[in-house]
Design a protein around this ligand. Structure first.
Ligand code: HEM
Length: 464
């Protein structure tokens, strides 16, 4: 029997899951969900006060909730409870309204459109590197946050948020940190004047001010920058009405929040994992040096950098920045033989599924090589789902993968990031999964031409 072989709940007469665990969804949800999966297998019941949630841990049931019976589910309580932050943006809205907004925003994320963002991604990364010095110590996570915020600002809103980046970054970070307290988010109404709620209000107001300024500047200029903001501004309903400033604010704050911290954290985990796995790092360097030879990468290079892409795929397996998803049952369903009744919650955790030995050999190991063959094709659809799935799948997945690969390739050619001894790198499962205290590193400048001569062994390993 494998680690995850299930000790399922006995069926009860009234509700199938009759041994609801009183789940302390506290400060260590990663351990908590891992424990649930070990203890109960593919399906478990969690109760927090009178809220019942079914935790599902098998790709087939996840597919049922996200795709097959998706219409029976809406977004979960945590996201709904954060509506005062996200408003009716893409992440939180539902039904017809969501569909309309998704159709409006979709063209900004089409492959051809995204291709035009590649140059900006590389240019901004190179600008960041101009400030980096050999031997310098810094927090790689802070640097990645600043970079991805600027990239999202420029590519989607044609706004140079450099002057605002620090303020916006800090505010977004605080929101995510406060949002990490699930019990508070779910059980404390957002209008109560608690210190945390007042803080959220202040930070939201700060970001809003900047967003409204960007919107007003664009409206005033009437300029078509060909970016997402222009598309949203130009979009018309059948009755000719356009999006209000409030709607625009909801979409932009959603994209800023959803679109920068996730990719930044993916890159932070990548630097940490690479530094801890020198053999992987050497292979990555060998591929970059052989294909790029020191020049900046372009979009056309990405198909020729398979190992770089496998590194990103593997980082998102082990440290999926969207570490869990939640839904609310809006129409009765049955999951693995148990009734999922209206009002119950559903939880699923990429963190747990991605480390399940039924799908992955040596699941705790960082092994980009595992993606070299046809693993992705052989896996059940939802054994790997860093971007969710179904209609509500991440709209920014192609954007994020391209950005992560280009930033990684640009930086890894020039610098090796060495971990600073004694600095604890621990995951914080907030709405996203990020390094709680950042990732402190010492920069070591690379000299690819010299290293190329001494890395023939690593190069042949890449070719294998
Ligand atoms: C590595 C980076 C990223 C990860 C891991 C990630 C993950 C996810 C996941 C799992 C969802 C689905 C949530 C659910 O079903 O409840 C989602 C939705 C979403 N993501 Fe991402 N994301 C990333 C990057 C981005 C980027 C770069 C953008 C935009 C520039 C973005 C914008 C969105 C939006 C707007 C949604 C809501 C889509 C909808 O419901 O229609 N994400 N993301």
């Amino acid at each position: 029997m494998g680690l995850f072989a299930s000790k399922k709940f006995p069926r009860g007469p009234s509700d199938g899951l009759n041994r609801w665990t009183f789940g302390p969804l506290n400060s260590t949800p990663l351990e908590y969900f891992t424990h649930l999966a070990h203890e109960y297998g593919d399906v478990a019941g969690i109760r927090i006060l009178n809220f019942k949630t079914i935790f599902i841990n098998h790709p087939d049931t996840i597919e049922q909730v996200l795709i097959t019976n998706a219409r029976k589910y809406s977004k979960g309580r945590v996201l709904r409870a954060n509506r005062h932050v996200f408003g009716e943006g893409l992440l939180t809205s539902e039904g017809e309204f969501w569909l309309r907004q998704r159709r409006l925003a979709q063209p900004a994320f089409h492959r051809a459109r995204i291709a035009s963002y590649a140059a900006t991604m590389v240019e901004y990364t190179e600008k960041l590197l101009e400030g980096w010095r050999d031997g310098e110590e810094l927090d790689a996570h802070q640097e990645m946050m600043r970079l991805t915020l600027r990239i999202v600002g420029k590519t989607l809103f044609d706004a140079d948020v450099e002057r605002d980046a620090q303020g916006v970054g800090k505010s977004l970070e605080l929101l995510l940190e406060i949002g990490a307290d699930f019990r508070r988010t779910i059980f404390v109404p957002h209008w109560l004047p608690t210190p945390a709620n007042l803080r959220v209000k202040r930070e939201v107001a700060h970001i809003e001010k900047i967003l409204y300024r960007i919107i007003a500047e664009r409206r005033a200029s009437g300029r078509d920058a060909g970016d997402l903001l222009s598309m949203l501004l130009a979009a018309q309903d059948e009755d000719g009405s356009r999006m209000t400033d409030k709607q625009l604010r909801d979409e932009t704050i959603t994209l800023f929040l959803a679109g920068h911290e996730t990719t930044a954290s993916t890159l932070s985990w990548a630097w940490w994992l690479l530094a801890k796995n020198p053999a992987v790092e050497a292979k990555l360097h060998a591929e970059l040096d052989a294909v790029l030879g020191g020049r900046a990468p372009t979009l056309d290079d990405l198909p020729n950098l398979p190992y770089t892409n496998h590194v990103i795929t593997e980082v998102l397996r082990l440290y999926p920045t969207a570490w869990g998803l939640a839904r609310l049952v809006v129409e009765d369903d049955e999951i693995a033989g148990y009734p999922a009744t209206k009002g119950m919650g559903i939880a699923m955790a990429q963190w747990v599924v991605h480390r399940d030995p039924r799908w992955y050999d040596a699941p705790e190991e960082f092994k980009p090589e595992r993606w070299q063959g046809d693993l992705l094709k052989r896996l059940p659809r939802f054994a790997y789902f860093p971007f969710g799935g179904g209609a509500r799948q991440c709209i920014g997945n192609t954007f994020a993968l391209m950005e992560a690969a280009l930033v990684l390739a640009t930086i890894a050619q020039k610098f090796r990031l060495r971990l600073v001894a004694g600095h604890p790198v621990v995951p914080l499962a907030s709405i996203t999964l990020r390094p709680r205290h950042g990732v402190r590193v010492m920069l070591e400048q690379r000299h690819p031409a010299i290293e190329r001569d001494t890395s023939i062994g690593a190069q042949s390993a890449v070719a294998d």
